[in-house]
Design a protein around this ligand. Structure first.
Ligand SMILES: NC(=O)C1=CN([C@@H]2O[C@H](COP(=O)(O)OP(=O)(O)OC[C@H]3O[C@@H](n4cnc5c(N)ncnc54)[C@H](OP(=O)(O)O)[C@@H]3O)[C@@H](O)[C@H]2O)C=CC1
Ligand SMILES: CC(C)CCC[C@@H](C)[C@H]1CC=C2C3=C(CC[C@@]21C)[C@@]1(C)CC[C@H](O)C(C)(C)[C@@H]1CC3
Length: 348
């Protein structure tokens, strides 16, 4: 099949050099985080903990468990109860001709065998549900060690379960994300979905297992309120856009102000999308803060997710902005004029 764009598609992630660095840095960071969370000082910026011996790193039982988990998820995915992703094509960005860069970004947009879509399957199922399972295992281990799970562990488990449950409930919405429509299925998404999400997104629960934190009811209530605010913004913004994209005359969005574009599509300029250009990112970041707060303020390590996620979303917003400018031209410039802030009102 012919590439959808020639080798002149703009390079992202720092080009081949950046991609090569990320290929090495991402797995190394993940190992560092996992080892630091169980070490005494639990220092995010400390020297890397020494690697355990090969006999600890290699476990045929763990591999078997992982394969069985993938098999189970693949069988569930094949059940006729899901939406179908766009047709197969080459990814616009992952066909630069540089093998390292293309390996990192992925050449194929939606690699498939028959109707089994690898990217769509990996984006939502094994890693995301695996994250919740790892959290639950850590909660049970805490109960075994200390008699009962701590309030902090309950909060982290509850918040993240809500986030994953929400993603699965709105599964079809993932079909319009940049990962599905633009990025190929390369190292970034394969490693991101299958390793990075389950093992680094569960860092707060891992930290709490090894470093229990006292948490009183008043503080827990404040943290719940922060999570609820983040979720309200995240869900409100995502649902408003999805409803509008599906049916602009839906009574829930029909009264919102819009800008027409040359493509025939419209852009919302009131409601959530008139507040900042990425209100869903703002809600997601507020939730990220609420997931770290139960771990106290004595360590930076549990705040890794918040720091990483801020960098990811700022970078992602810039990528999306470039793509929208290309798609909508003058109408996008008008939108930026009317809604000048990107993620945080009056700040960024
Ligand atoms: N937990 C995690 O690790 C991560 C979570 N996320 C979350 O995933 C979700 C999806 O994010 P993402 O795919 O990046 O982007 P968005 O869901 O924000 O989608 C951006 C697209 O929305 C459309 N759009 C932008 N502005 C408007 C407007 N004013 N009116 C109507 N349509 C508009 C454009 O596409 P078009 O016009 O073509 O419809 C644009 O390309 C977010 O909630 C984010 O927080 C993202 C990354 C990682
Ligand atoms: C390893 C690298 C540093 C970066 C990898 C990025 C990926 C981990 C993320 C890219 C976009 C994602 C989304 C979600 C999970 C993380 C990845 C895969 C998402 C499935 C989380 C749940 C949300 O409700 C969502 C909106 C469905 C998310 C979609 C994007």
């Amino acid at each position: 099949m012919a590439p959808t764009q020639g080798p002149r598609a703009p390079l992202e992630f720092g080009g081949p050099l950046g991609a090569a660095a990320l290929l090495l840095l991402l797995p190394a960071t993940m190992f560092h985080l996992l080892l630091a969370a169980r070490s005494g000082p639990a220092r995010l910026l400390g020297p890397p903990a020494s690697l355990p011996g090969l006999e600890v790193l290699w476990s045929p039982r763990a591999l078997l468990l992982w394969l069985a988990w993938l098999g189970l998820q693949a069988a569930l995915y094949l059940l006729p109860a899901r939406k179908v992703a766009p047709v197969s094509a080459l990814a616009p960005g992952g066909n630069s001709g540089n093998p390292i860069y293309d390996f990192f970004l992925g050449r194929e947009l939606n690699p498939r065998i028959c109707f089994f879509d690898f990217k769509y399957f990996c984006e939502l199922r094994p890693g995301l549900i695996g994250w919740v399972l790892i959290n639950l295992a850590l909660l049970m281990k805490e109960a075994e060690l200390r008699g009962s799970p701590s309030l902090a562990m309950w909060l982290v488990n509850g918040f993240q379960l809500l986030y994953v449950g929400d993603a699965l409930w709105h599964e079809e919405a993932v079909l319009t994300t940049m990962d599905i429509t633009h990025d190929g299925f390369g190292f970034m998404l394969a490693f991101g979905d299958m390793a990075w999400v389950p093992f680094t997104y569960s860092l707060q629960a891992q930290f709490l297992l090894h470093h229990p934190q006292p948490l009183g009811l008043p503080m827990a209530s404040v943290i719940c309120l922060i999570n609820a605010t983040g979720y309200y913004i995240f869900r409100g913004a995502n649902s408003q856009k999805n409803t509008f994209r599906k049916n602009p005359s839906d009574p829930r969005v029909a009264g919102l102000e819009t800008i027409s574009t040359a493509t025939g599509r419209k852009l919302l300029v009131s409601g959530w999308w008139g507040m900042v250009r990425h209100p869903n990112y703002l809600g997601d970041l507020i939730m990220a803060l609420a997931w770290s707060l139960p771990c106290g303020v004595s360590h930076l390590l549990p705040y890794f997710y918040l720091l990483y996620f801020t960098a990811l979303l700022v970078h992602r917003e810039a990528r999306d902005e470039r793509q929208c400018l290309q798609k909508y031209g003058l109408a996008w410039q008008e939108y930026c004029r009317r809604v000048p802030y990107r993620i945080m009102p009056y700040i960024y």
